[in-house]
Each structure stands twice: as C-alpha cells, then as structure tokens.
Design a protein around this ligand. Structure first.
Ligand code: NAP
Length: 320
C-alpha cells in the first residue's frame, strides 16, 4: 500500500510541541509533525541520555533535554509518549512548569487509568485531551519510528467530560495532519474495545509462543523450522515491547479480564466441536472469521499482502 503524508500546512497547529518519551510512537509523531509543518518547534525529552543523543543525531526535534520541566515550559502542547505506567510520575513532574492553558495529551494504549492519574496530577489550568493512535509495530526506540505510521489509521480521543472543545479540536486537527482518522469516545469504552481488538490478541500471542517455548515433546529447533504454519505470525506480536505490554495489562485489568472470560467460553465451545467432530460448526465459524479479515482489508486497515504490507509502507516513507 503506497501512502503519503499531505503537503506541509501553511499554518502550524501548535507553536511548540514537547514530546516526552522518544520511542517508536514519540519519534514517529516528531517525524510526521515536522514533515507536515504541524508544529513550529519540537522539544524532545526522555529519561535516557542515549535515546536523546540518538534523537539529536536523527534531527527529530529542535531541542533535546532530560529535564521534564525544561521540556514543557514553553510548550502549548505536551504529548506523553512513554509507557502508560510512567504517566502519573511524568504528570507530577511537569505540573508546576506547564504554561498557562497548555494542552496535555498522551498516546497511551490504555485510557481510563491514564485519565484519572493525569487529572489528579495536572493543575486546573492545563487542558487534558488524552489520545490513542491505533497504529504501531512490534519495534521500539527512536530508530523504529517513521513518518507514515499514522496514515489511514484511527486515532481515538477520550476527552474528559468538561474538556475544552477548542483544545479537543486542536488535538483532532493535529492527528488529522499526521494522516489519521479521528474518533472520540469515553475512556471506559475505549478500554473495552481495545481489550478485545488489541490487548487480548497480544496476550494470546504471548501465551502461545510461551507454550511452544516450554514444550518438551517438540524441540525448539522444530518450532522455529516449521513456524510458517501459523506460529510465525504470533511471534511477531509476541516480540512487542515487554514494558509497554506489562503496563497495558496492569492498567487495563478489568476490561481484559472481562474479555478473557468471554474468550474462554468460546474456546470451550470450540473444544467441544472438535471433540464431537462438529465439522459444520467449525466450518461456519471459520467462514465468519474469514469475512472479518476481508472487511478489515476492504476498510483499508490492512493489505492482503503477506507480512502485513508493512515493509512497503516503511520503504515509501524514509525514517527522517
Ligand atoms: P518505546 O519505543 O519503548 O518508547 C518509550 C520511550 O519512553 C523510551 O524512550 C523510554 O525510555 C521513554 N520513557 C520511559 N519512561 C520514561 C519516563 N519516566 N520519562 C521519560 N521517558 C520515559 O515505546 P512506544 O512503543 O513508543 O510506546 C509509547 C507509548 O505509546 C505507550 O504508552 C504505548 O502504550 C503507546 N502506544 C504504543 C503503540 C505500539 O504499537 N508500540 C501503539 C499505540 C500506542 P527508555 O528507553 O529508557 O525506557
């Protein structure tokens, strides 16, 4: 799939954007925002000096610092791009240094817990508009990012009830400039939807790859050698960042447990079909699931090409 960002905007959406956490998502935002002239100036902050040095080498921003207060002091938008579990601490650290009326947003994969943590940590003048770009890869760090990551992907905004509509509109415009389609919903609903579309699938992948690794009757070299039989696709997901995914399960516990309960019931039904030789039941289910895949491809959220079409996407948009 060939996808390109639009031409640079005449007027940037933000004067100064502070990105905290310059990993896959933070560096992709920096690259895309710069390409589209969506911000005048980008300040990058991270706890790791090595990451900041790499971000400077890649010229991802105009300034790099590991002092969060310095990073945010002139920002009209602060975007938290660290793992979900770090947001409360980061919120507390930036709170005293935020410019009056600054917009604070994030990209976390869990929204309910982040919303409560940030609402408690931030001063009343800050305008909080949490966001989740539903786009990513299994890689991490500033070298893994690329400007086209958000094109044609959904970005979900979960503004609190009394959010400033102007701030919500600017965050929406920002993600649209990066190529995303934007939808707004409650944090609670987001966490339920993402539990079944993202979090439980990751858990299943972690589990099946873990089970294969622990098998005694089948050797590890056989698992690797014959992986194209389906296992290989699970290993891609199970290679996702351990810190990020640990936090997802710790912070979206209730929704994940709810969806896992339903998953277990359906798995038991499948087990029964296999035991009883219910070929019609299996065939019906597999036909319905194939149609879901075709629907995702038809909506442009996936290509029918093998390897998820990602190689072509990255090749088309150079990393910086
Ligand atoms: P990543 O590549 O690992 O980057 C995270 C960065 O944040 C790292 O540079 C990390 O530094 C830094 N960091 C961690 N704690 C920090 C702190 N207290 N203060 C400042 N910087 C800190 O992770 P990512 O994939 O970009 O994920 C970032 C966020 O995006 C997560 O909240 C995740 O839920 C969300 N998200 C991810 C995806 C995806 O597919 N990856 C998709 C959508 C949303 P160290 O290297 O020192 O740890």
């Amino acid at each position: 799939m060939v996808e390109r960002l639009g031409p640079p905007l005449d007027e940037p959406i933000f004067d100064e954007l502070a990105i905290i956490g310059v990993g896959l998502i933070g560096s992709s935002v920096a690259r895309a925002a710069r390409k589209r002239n969506a911000v005048r100036r980008i300040v990058l902050a991270d706890r790791s000096q090595e990451t900041l040095a790499r971000a400077a080498d890649l010229t991802l921003g105009d300034e790099t610092t590991n002092e969060l207060k310095v990073a945010v002091r002139n920002a009209d938008c602060v975007l938290l791009c660290a793992p979900v579990g770090a947001n409360e601490e980061i919120g507390g650290a930036i709170a005293p240094a935020l410019k009056a009326g600054a917009i604070v947003s994030d990209v976390g994969s869990v929204k309910g817990a982040v919303l409560s943590a940030l609402q408690a940590a931030l001063p009343a003048h800050a305008r909080l508009v949490p966001a989740h770009p539903v786009a990513g890869t299994e890689q991490s760090g500033p070298d893994a990012g690329f400007a086209a990551l958000f094109i044609n992907r959904w970005c979900i905004l979960t503004p609190p009830e009394r959010a400033d509509p102007k701030a919500v509109e600017r965050v929406r415009a920002f993600w649209e400039a990066l190529g995303s389609h934007v939808q707004t919903m409650s944090a609670e609903h987001h966490d339920l939807v993402l539990a079944i579309t993202s979090h439980v699938p990751h858990l299943i992948a972690y589990n099946i790859v873990g089970t294969a690794a622990d098998l005694e009757e089948v050797t590890r070299s056989e698992v690797i050698k014959f992986s194209a039989g389906g296992f290989r696709d699970f290993t891609r997901i199970a290679a996702s960042d351990p810190t990020m995914w640990r936090d997802v399960f710790l912070y979206n516990k209730d929704a994940v447990l709810e969806m896992l309960g339903r998953f277990n019931e359906d798995l038991t039904a499948l087990q029964r079909m296999i035991r009883r030789g219910d070929g019609d039941g299996l065939f019906d289910l597999f036909t319905r699931t194939r149609a879901i895949r075709m629907g995702i491809v038809a909506e442009g959220q996936e290509t029918s090409a093998p390897d998820f079409g990602r190689r072509g996407l990255q090749a088309d948009e150079p990393a910086s």
